[in-house]
Design a protein around this ligand. Structure first.
Ligand code: GLC
Length: 557
């Protein structure tokens, strides 16, 4: 089938978490001028789209994912002039900017909510989801993603409002046409400014099942699960189609939905090739694989055949119907080299490169999260006081106070899975604070910055940075990497992730060893005289029976 060619299918996206990227004014918080200073670094890496985590005005209960004004810039990050300058500087370098669109909820300090809570007949009342108490208690049993009930009692009108995240993030009522119009107008305001698209925060949760029924409660669970009544809800596709018609059509954009709970069947609706809704979605099945009894809080390692099964399903089911996004990391996930690779001194770089090959050779648009291109690792947090993330801190209290986990055990879980692992400052060089800030950083710096930093890697041909650069170049030069059909080989193997990509008369073989084990793999005949495109062991030739070394990755055509 002839592929529908699009620039956003051929792009590589780089995610910036502005708070932790580069501080230009010494207040310890990254900012927009800091980003502008580093655009040449990103051009050198070769990416052509930046996804910017929220930069809007916010009281920072959830680091900017709680927005109090969608058309103003957060004070710590700079001014609207700084933003405009960054945008034009990025465009001059051929880099597009994708904004984070957080519209499942606002901050409770947004003017709509401040009005809404005043009285039952306020014109903004119905912008949010208000309910009466049920038998003197919360309107239903839902728990919030950040712990506690998903409802907060508000004295002014003696009613509760819904917040799927923190109480400072009240959910908007998308069934209200006025809310949708406000959101679409705001999107157009940014598009008219010249931004190039949106990453849509928890967009699969905007449409709730009417009646908001109680959710089922697992054994020992404190709250009911809102999932079935919120995720991929009854009107989500109608609302996104409306958004396409009212806000996006007429602009040449890139759009990606953050869609927890999305299945492949749903994804071909959200990200259908006819572009009636979004261009692509982020699936969570790969991240849920190491969940356990306490959800994400554990130290379980992933079982490779499970990971292959999930990715194979996404690669094959969407073929010809919808487009994939490819990611290992973002600001909500721990560092991938510590999670799916091996962050010991011996294997950190090898396994970071192997993971990069595995991801960047698949079909879809790859996303690189800041620092991933250096093989940045999880952080040795010493105590709870060193964490800043609301989810991690709340989970610690909820689990330890309800005897679901011991204190030491919970700290270990946080060290492995906390979002703060991804949020420590970008490691630019080996000077104080990793060259991130001249002030005191808002969160600790990973002490390994003296060894793991951009300056060192830019100066060394064998670095992880140079390897990412090469992978990104290969994608730009070879349509088979963008458009080739994916086929998984050896699905049950516990160490090796191996697949082919086929496009017109080109075929690629990708072999990745996810383990320390040395393995002999017979090469399929058609590749016996193949040429090596990239290898993390510097190989330039391929043997008939490849002896794969620890964390080896090789691409052959
Ligand atoms: C998304 C964001 C996450 C945030 C949450 C609530 O999952 O990626 O960082 O906490 O939505 O906005």
């Amino acid at each position: 089938m002839e592929e529908n060619k699009k620039w956003w299918k051929e792009s590589v996206v780089y995610q910036i978490y502005p708070r932790s990227f580069k501080d230009s004014d010494g207040d310890g918080i990254g900012d927009i001028r800091g980003i502008t200073q580093k655009l040449d670094y990103l051009r050198e890496l070769g990416i052509n789209v930046i996804w910017l985590s929220p930069v809007y005005q916010s009281p920072n209960d959830d680091n900017g994912y709680d927005i109090s004004d969608y058309q103003a810039i957060m004070k710590e990050f700079g001014t609207m002039e700084d933003f405009d300058h960054m945008l034009s500087s990025a465009h001059e370098r051929g880099i597009r900017i994708m904004m984070d669109l957080v519209v499942n909820h606002t901050s409770d300090e947004h003017k709509w909510f401040m009005e809404s809570r005043k009285s039952k007949d306020n014109p903004y009342r119905d912008y949010y989801i208000w309910r009466e108490a049920k038998e003197g208690k919360e309107p239903n049993n839902w728990g919030s993603c950040f712990g506690g009930s998903a409802w907060k009692y508000d004295e002014a009108t003696d009613m509760y409002y819904l917040h799927l995240f923190s109480p400072k993030q009240p959910d908007l009522n998308w069934d209200n046409e006025k809310v949708r119009r406000e959101v679409f107008d705001m999107m157009k305001w940014w598009l008219d400014k010249g931004v190039d698209g949106f990453r849509m925060d928890v967009i699969s949760m905007i449409s709730k099942v009417p009646g908001l029924p109680d959710g089922s409660k697992g054994e020992g669970a404190l709250y009911g699960d809102f999932g079935p009544f919120v995720i991929n809800g009854p009107h989500v596709h109608d609302y996104l189609k409306e958004m396409r018609r009212q806000a996006l059509s007429g602009y040449d954009t890139i759009t990606v939905g953050e869609t927890s709970g999305v299945t492949v069947e749903e994804a071909v609706r959200y990200a259908a090739d006819d572009e009636s809704e979004l261009n692509m979605v982020f699936q969570f099945e790969q991240n849920d694989l190491d969940n356990g009894e306490h959800g994400k809080w554990n130290v379980k390692k992933i079982y490779l055949p499970d990971l292959k099964k999930v990715l194979n399903r996404w690669q094959t089911y969407l073929e010809g119907k919808a487009w994939n996004s490819l990611y290992w990391s973002n600001h909500d996930q721990p560092r991938v080299v510590s999670r799916f690779g091996n962050d010991s001194e011996e294997y950190r770089e090898l396994s970071a490169k192997m993971l990069a090959v595995c991801l960047h050779m698949m079909k879809g648009t790859p996303y690189v999260y800041q620092g991933e291109e250096l093989g940045m690792t999880n952080v040795p947090f010493d105590s709870l006081e060193e964490f800043r993330d609301i989810e991690s801190i709340n989970a610690y209290h909820e689990y330890t106070e309800n005897n679901l986990a011991g204190k030491g055990e919970m700290l270990e879980f946080l060290r492995y899975k906390s979002r703060d692992n991804a949020r420590t400052p970008m490691q630019w060089d080996d000077s104080a604070n990793a060259g991130f800030s001249e002030g005191t950083p808002w969160i600790k710096v990973n002490p390994n910055y003296t060894k793991v930093n951009a300056a060192e890697q830019l100066g060394r041909d064998s670095s992880v940075f140079r390897f990412y650069q090469k992978l990104i170049q290969l994608r730009k030069q070879n349509p088979v990497i963008v458009y080739g059909r994916f086929e998984l080989l050896m699905p049950e193997d516990e160490d090796i992730f191996m697949y082919t990509r086929t496009y017109e008369d080109k075929k690629l073989l990708v072999i990745c060893n996810f383990s320390k084990n040395e393995r002999k793999i017979p090469l399929p005949d058609e590749f016996a005289a193949g040429s090596v495109w990239i290898s993390n062991y510097g190989k330039t030739e391929i043997e008939k029976d490849i002896a794969l070394q620890a964390y080896e990755a090789i691409v052959v055509s």
